[in-house]
Design a protein around this ligand. Structure first.
Ligand SMILES: [Zn+2]
Length: 536
């Protein structure tokens, strides 16, 4: 034969691109050169595939072998190209039928002993194969679960190169472990519905209500309170209040985790994910990056779920700045010398902060050792543009033992709240049908005011706040978004004075001077020394 071709898929971001793998055998000094792989990867790949072929009981052609991957311009990372390269050499040598491998896509790493090893990003590669119209894709057995979740393409799983060779020589008729026409959904392996139950956060009534509203409207949330007030407990329970991911969202989320090499057991992710990077985390860890082709960060691993930044003011300024792009557009574009990658990054952001660097400012009995300047600077690190996107601000106070005991029997379970959240999301989705938005938290201010007007008398208290400088125009938009979610939660057609009133109390309750990106409250109009002065 002398020449053979096969196919594979290069994953950039979570998008799969077609790559042709060609092997040419020529007379001359025996050797093997690879074109189209990054230099550093060539040596290792060449040695691996040669050893794997020999250890599978096949012949390694004693000729001048040239393997080309095209287009060469596509960035190619990882070891998933071993399998297509080995198969194209075998086909060029006549060891397997060249016409069979021509339309076959293959992904997999080879061990020196001929084993086919699992690789990261298989789900994204198989999604790409389906989109490119490839009928069949050969993947490592280790990646079978994710590969078989994709409709419209037959995933052939192999554990050893020799299995694949045997199958090709048999005419590639019986697909081992052929999947059902429509893969089962939801994925059979049930996932835990979140970290703990909302009912466990006893005594924190306002906090529980805030996470319910955040879940129902997809609103970003800011929790301010001293250590021990339950900020982390509340944030952790937010994913458990969100509905299951639908199939396409689940595939997308799983593809991101697969590309990141974070897919445990190859299982599909059907629940909203949860990410809580530490405040010492790098920009690359939070938004994505790294050398070579950039990898997804926490913002993308939290796609369709919750990103929690505890002690948010302690995060690096560059990390906080970098959050603006995904908050704006729902995705992150990472540019590197090796290429550009685009990852989805639409998440509910939960920021938590202590009222001051030492954390004692909000505790009964005081004991705060911070200077007034240090306290103000601390919260000012969460700059206006970031907080502008946060609709809900909730102030948490430490809960007394008595309040905790009194509330314990009354607190609703996550399952109960989740039913309300799902009903509210359905209402919002019906209202927003035909728009680019799915939840109230997505709707920009101008569109909100133009397309979803609220009765004038319900707005009167807001107008007073506006006139008194207690609220900015953007603050009004945030408040209205929350009011719509409250209406969705109660099943009302539109927000009335009651919903506007609750939205106002949630919002102004979390107002912190100098932090909101809004004019400072005029204390001559709002004599609230307990509220304003204590935080300054
Ligand atoms: Zn302090």
């Amino acid at each position: 034969v002398g020449l053979a071709r096969t196919l594979t898929v290069a994953v950039v971001g979570i998008d799969g691109h077609a790559v042709e793998v060609e092997a040419d055998l020529a007379d001359g000094l025996p050797g093997c050169s690879i074109i189209g792989l990054p230099d550093a990867a060539v040596h290792e790949a060449r040695d691996r595939i040669r050893a794997a072929v020999l250890n599978s009981g096949e012949r390694w052609p004693a000729r001048r072998i040239t393997i080309g991957l095209s287009p060469a311009s596509l960035p190619k990372v990882g070891s998933g190209y071993d399998l297509p390269m080995a198969v194209s050499v075998l086909a060029a040598d006549g060891a397997v039928p060249a016409d069979l491998v021509r339309g076959l896509a293959l992904v997999g790493e080879l061990g020196l002993d001929g084993r086919v090893r699992g690789v990261s990003g298989v789900l994204a590669a198989v999604l790409g194969a389906a989109r490119l119209g490839y009928p069949r894709v050969v993947v490592p057995l280790a990646n079978a679960v994710e590969a078989r979740a994709v409709p419209g393409v037959v995933a052939v799983t192999v554990a050893r190169l020799s299995d694949l060779v045997g199958w090709l020589r048999s005419g590639a008729r019986d697909v081992p472990g052929a999947p059902p026409e429509e893969p089962p959904w939801p994925a059979p392996a049930g996932e835990a519905v979140g970290n703990g139950d909302l009912a466990e956060v006893a005594g924190q009534l306002a906090g529980r209500r805030a996470v319910e509203i955040a879940a129902a409207g997809g609103h970003h949330l800011f929790l301010l309170g001293p250590p021990g007030a339950g900020k982390t407990m509340l944030a952790e329970r937010l994913p458990g209040l969100l509905p299951d991911l639908d199939r396409s969202a689940a595939l997308e989320v799983t593809a991101i985790h697969s590309v990141a090499g974070r897919l445990t057991g190859g299982r599909l992710i059907s629940r909203p994910p949860w990410q809580n990077p530490h405040h010492t985390a790098s920009v690359a860890a939070v938004v994505g990056g790294g050398s070579g082709v950039p990898r997804p960060g926490a913002v993308s691993l939290a796609h369709q779920g919750v990103l929690f930044l505890d002690e948010a003011p302690e995060f690096g300024v560059r990390v906080l700045e970098a959050l603006r792009q995904p908050l704006e557009s729902g995705e992150i574009v990472l540019l590197r010398a090796a290429g550009q990658a685009r990852y989805p990054a639409r998440f509910t952001l939960v920021l938590a902060a202590n009222p001051c660097p030492c954390g004692a400012a909000g505790l009964a009995g005081g004991g705060c050792t911070c200077t007034p300047l240090a306290r103000r600077r601390y919260l000012e690190r969460l700059s206006g543009p970031l907080l502008d996107r946060v609709d809900l601000r909730c102030r948490l106070n430490p809960v007394s033992r008595a309040a905790m005991l009194a509330d314990r029997g009354l607190a609703e379970s996550s399952a109960t709240v989740r039913l309300r959240v799902e009903a509210a999301r359905d209402r919002a989705a019906r209202r927003l049908r035909g728009t680019p938005w799915r939840v109230n938290g997505d709707v920009p201010g101008p569109a909100l005011r133009a397309q979803f007007p609220v009765a004038a008398d319900a707005l009167r208290p807001i107008q007073r706040d506006l006139l008194a400088g207690r609220l900015s125009a953007r603050g009004v938009d945030r408040l209205l978004r929350v009011a719509w979610t409250l209406a969705d939660l109660t099943g009302a057609d539109r927000p009335g004075w009651r919903e506007v009133g609750e939205a106002r109390s949630v919002r102004l309750g979390g107002e912190v001077a100098g932090l909101s990106g809004e004019p400072e409250p005029d204390r001559s109009v709002t004599p609230q020394p307990g509220r304003v002065a204590r935080w300054r």
